[in-house]
Design a protein around this ligand. Structure first.
Ligand code: HEM
Length: 280
């Protein structure tokens, strides 16, 4: 903790230069945890591209955690009927996709030959096993009980994930808000089994159309479309990275690879927000 007054006194005493002497680790190192952070790059080969692969994955993992925090906050705003707060939080989360999606560029030139130099050493490790990513998918409404199973032996992560499976997704929370604002969201949708995959329907589509006709919650709706679009971009760029670095070979996580990922990409986030547009 440092006050404005103390900062000014330090700057005056330093005659324009930054502070250079600390009797301990720098405050930056202490705050950021740099020693721990850099110590996490435990590569298993000397292939330079493996380091690129690991750091890119770690950076993305951090962004998944950031998105989860933002979307949970947006849900709290929506539950409290604070549409302005929810929209601002969602808009900020859309900004996080800029660096997250741009991070794919680092893997853009990974050829199959270079990937093969370290791929076997990664064993069965696959991004598919990221509990944080799965949490993000659940928050977006892509619920799936079987996909919680890889995490059963890690109690903390498993508990969080099973709670997220049974909790309303961001979309469910938005639909509940629509209903409170008088839009015709059917009770069967609001009271559905939240652990099951969301099934799109004509009534919810009509409710979104009404939102666009009345104009009141359009900015919220459009920001949700931004979220869905940027997430689809992440998936698409992942798919391209996979196709480019390993073609249609089976995945390290035991799936068919490309074909499995194509099916995952086809699952639409906030589906009626897209289909409603046909009849607008
Ligand atoms: C060139 C590099 C990459 C390749 C070849 C690759 C390959 C694959 C494959 C084949 C799958 C399907 C599951 C399986 O492993 O059988 C998968 C899933 C996945 N990968 Fe990657 N991956 C790469 C980079 C990354 C990076 C950097 C991340 C960041 C965390 C990531 C995150 C994921 C996630 C979250 C899934 C599950 C997707 C879903 O459920 O739809 N991948 N990956």
């Amino acid at each position: 903790m440092i006050t404005e007054k103390e900062r000014a006194a330090t700057a005056a005493g330093n005659h324009g230069s930054p502070t250079l002497d600390f009797g301990r680790a720098t405050p930056y190192d202490e705050y950021v945890g740099t020693a721990v952070l850099h110590g996490l790059q435990r590569t298993v080969t000397d292939v330079p591209e493996e380091r690129v692969f690991l750091v890119t994955t770690q950076v993305m993992e951090l962004y998944f955690g950031l998105l989860r925090a933002e979307w949970r906050l947006a849900q709290r705003h929506l539950d409290g009927d604070d549409v302005t707060g929810a929209t601002a939080t969602l808009r900020r989360s859309v900004c996080h996709f800029e660096p997250l999606n741009a991070a794919w560029a680092s893997l853009g030139r990974l050829t199959p030959q270079r990937f093969n130099l370290f791929r076997d050493q990664l064993g069965e490790a696959s991004g598919f096993q990221s509990a944080m990513y799965r949490h993000v998918e659940f928050l977006l409404g892509n619920k799936s009980e079987p996909l919680t199973r890889p995490h059963r032996s890690v109690p903390g992560a498993y508990r969080e994930l099973t709670e997220a499976l049974a909790a309303p997704s961001l979309y469910d929370t938005a639909l509940a808000l629509l209903a409170r604002h008088g839009y015709p969201v059917p009770a069967a949708v609001l009271e559905r089994d939240l652990t099951a995959a969301y099934r799109p329907g004509a009534e919810v589509e009509a409710a979104w159309r009404a939102v666009y006709e009345r104009g009141e919650l359009v900015e919220l709706a459009e920001t949700l479309v931004d979220v869905a679009g940027r997430f689809a971009e992440w998936k698409h760029r992942h798919l391209l990275a996979v196709r480019r670095s390993m073609g249609a070979k089976p995945g390290s996580g035991g799936s068919s690879g490309l074909a499995w990922l194509e099916r995952s990409l086809a699952r639409e986030v906030f589906p009626e927000l897209w289909t409603a547009r046909t009849a607008m």
